[in-house]
Every structure is written in C-alpha cells, then in structure tokens.
Design a binder for this molecule. Structure first.
Ligand code: THG
Length: 368
C-alpha cells in the first residue's frame, strides 16, 4: 500500500527538509508532530553504510524544551529521578522523566548550559506541556518554551574526520555525552558527542534554522571522499544496540526500572523530584517485568506495527515491541518487555507474529 502525506503547517518542515528530499528520502515516520526520515535506500543498505562510513541525519524532531530562569535547575531536578547534583555545565545526561506515579513520560537527553539554562532534547511525547504545567503550578521563576533549535546528527565510524573538517580539531576534545560551542560561518553551535546509534558520532544543535542548509551543504561537500550520505536512525542498528524508542518499547504505563533505566534512579537523599515515593517502593520490591533483548528464530520478519504477544506454554508473559532482521547477527533482533519469571537470558518463549508463531529467545544483549 502506498500512502501520501498531506503537508500543512501543523506538520512542520525542518531547516533541512530541502536536503532530505533532494537526497531521495523514501519513507518517514511521525515524531513530535514532525516528519522523521526512516529509510533512504533501504533499511539494510542504510544499515551497512552507517556501520562503514558516515551519515548526516535530520533529527530536528528531537525538539528542545528550554528552561530559562533562576529556578531552571530546580525545575529540571523536579522532572527526573536522576541526580543532577554533580552535573557539569558541559555535560549531557540521558534522563528518565516520570510522573507522580513514577511512570515514564519521556526519555530525553538533558543539556546543561548553566544553572539557569537547560535544554531537554525530547523523545516522542508532548513534554513541553507537562513542564509548562509544573512550572506554572509550582509558581517557579522560569520560562519554558521551544527554542529555534534543530539537531543534526553526524553518525558513523568516519564522523570524527568529517566533523574535524567542518568544525576543526576541537571536536576531538569533546568526550562522550559532553558538549562544546564551536564556530560555523559567522555563528556557533553546541556540538555534543552523542546520537541515536552505537557507531559513534556527534549532534549539532543548530540554532536559527536559517543556517540549516548551509551546514548541511558544508558537511556533504567536506565528506564527498568519505562517501557521506543522508541517513536517519536505523531500526536494525538501534535494536542491535539496545537503544529504546519511547512510544514503541515503553510508554506512560511503564516505570524506568521496567525500562532498564534503574541506574538513573539512585534516589540520593537530597534529591527532590516528582514520583519519588512510587519509585522508592518499586526499587524496594523490584520491577515485575523488564525490557530485554530478544532474538526471533526463522526467516526475516516484517517489523511490528503492534506489540506481539510473548507466550510460555500458551500463557502471555510479555510482548515484543521492536523487531527486524539483522544481516550481521543473521537472526531477527528484537526488543521486548518480559515478566520477571521468564526474563533470564537463555529462556525460550514463543512470539505471535503476523507471519505465524516463532521461537523467541531472551538474550543478554546483542553486542558490546
Ligand atoms: N539525541 C538527542 N535527543 C534525543 C535522542 C538522541 N531525543 C530523542 C531520543 N534520542 C531520546 N532517547 C534516547 C535514547 C537513548 C540514548 C539517547 C536518547 C542514548 N543512550 C546510550 C545507551 O543507551 O547506550 C547512552 C546512555 C547513557 O549511558 O548515558 O544515547 O539520541 N540529542
């Protein structure tokens, strides 16, 4: 079935839309009310290229929620169980955001500019509304808004050399999940070493969309001999790497412990955040289910559009939420949520797919 997307102002373009379309994007998904490319050549071609070369990704859909004002840090800590106390002003943190019941609202990257200014680089849920509501309800002295910032990711083993050519030697001094402001043309951008792949790379937080295509063109010009291509988060690669997708692998019904994000919920004594009581109780009792890497035996599977039930002896004990054929592992790789009694690596289950019932194995992880 071929679908056509009706464009309008609600489905905002990004600063890089012209480049993405000229590069021949083949399909999109909807993310934060915008379009996120999902395929350029085909999922497997894009996958092999990402692992061998360098790609430029329009990830403008990673919208920023800016907290700006005297209470910005107080509000940021209210939002997450992760202890921000020792965070330096050049760090980025992966932070679960939970509601008062300790349920996941988003799993963004938080960027600290200073004690009075933060960006939250969000996954696919309307976090801006929650943060505005909290700031208003708590009477905090802070502005909460979406700034004109659009991340462009440079991912893949040749990302270092490409970034050096465009931003200079300084890129090598940025450590994992740290950021630096680097100059481009007559402006400057926050550049972090991060991104939604395990192939290494950077994210450039493009402030002022006017500069978008100039940066896009500069990267493609400098990367010609590196075989640079337009790319996007790759379903196969991100499942292999165990990168979670909010709305797919977890949602508002799950806790951070269920999502395997317990390491970010230490609940230090002096940390005051929403959902603390519920999380403390769950830490004491342990989660009832948890996200696991899962392999699915048999021929290549068509990725799920709904959750697929995981069964043991005919009884449901979980669900598979993401799956794809992995050329490198020569099996179907998947992410699922599995009940505690059945989550040990090596456990054999069955999974109900539209292509029939298959054997599914709980795995430790796919690599690393
Ligand atoms: N970068 C930025 N914003 C984002 C994403 C991103 N917003 C949307 C989405 N991705 C948010 N979700 C994730 C999920 C995983 C990671 C980052 C954002 C990630 N995880 C690493 C891992 O699991 O190995 C590292 C986590 C850690 O240990 O700190 O990178 O990609 N700007």
């Amino acid at each position: 079935m071929k679908h056509i997307i009706s464009h309008s102002r609600r489905l905002r373009d990004t600063p890089f839309t012209a480049g993405v379309e000229a590069a021949g994007v083949k399909s999109y998904t909807v993310y934060n009310h915008m379009l996120l490319p999902t395929v350029f050549e085909d999922a497997e071609f894009d996958y092999h290229h990402l692992k061998a070369h360098v790609q430029v990704w329009d990830v403008s859909v990673e919208r920023q929620v800016e907290l700006n004002g005297l209470d910005a840090s107080k509000l940021m800590q209210m939002l997450t169980p992760r202890d921000l106390g020792k965070m330096q002003s050049d760090q980025c943190y992966y932070v679960p955001i939970v509601d008062n019941k300790g349920k996941m609202l988003n799993d963004p990257v938080a960027i600290k500019h200073s004690d009075t200014r933060w960006w939250i680089s969000i996954a696919d849920s309307d976090l801006l509304l929650w943060v505005k509501g909290l700031a208003s309800g708590a009477g905090l002295n802070v502005d909460v808004f979406e700034p004109d910032v659009s991340p462009l990711a440079v991912q893949g083993p040749k990302s270092d050399i490409l970034m050096e050519r465009v931003f200079g030697n300084e890129v090598h001094n940025i450590r994992f999940f740290r950021q630096k402001r680097l100059t481009f043309a007559d402006t400057s951008f926050i550049v972090s070493r991060s991104g939604y792949s395990k192939q290494g790379g950077y994210e450039i937080y493009v402030e002022n969309g006017q500069y978008g295509m100039a940066l896009w063109d500069a990267l493609f010009k400098a990367g010609k001999d590196l075989n640079v291509r337009a790319g996007c988060p790759n379903l196969i690669e991100r499942i292999e790497g165990g990168l979670l997708s909010y709305g797919n692998d977890m949602n508002m019904e799950n806790t951070p412990l269920e999502c395997g994000l317990g390491r970010f919920c230490k609940l230090a004594k002096d940390v005051d955040h929403i959902g603390r009581e519920a999380l403390a109780l769950e830490i004491e009792q342990g989660p009832l289910r948890q996200i696991r890497a899962v392999s699915i035996l048999g021929e290549a599977i068509v990725p799920p559009r709904t959750a697929w039930p995981l069964l043991k002896n005919g009884v449901q004990v979980g669900q598979v939420t993401s799956a794809a054929w992995s050329p490198d592992f020569e099996t179907n790789v998947a992410i699922g949520m599995v009940d505690a009694q059945h989550w040990n690596p090596g456990t054999e289950l069955s999974v109900e797919t539209p292509q029939g019932s298959r054997i599914a194995c709980v795995e430790e992880r796919f690599w690393k």
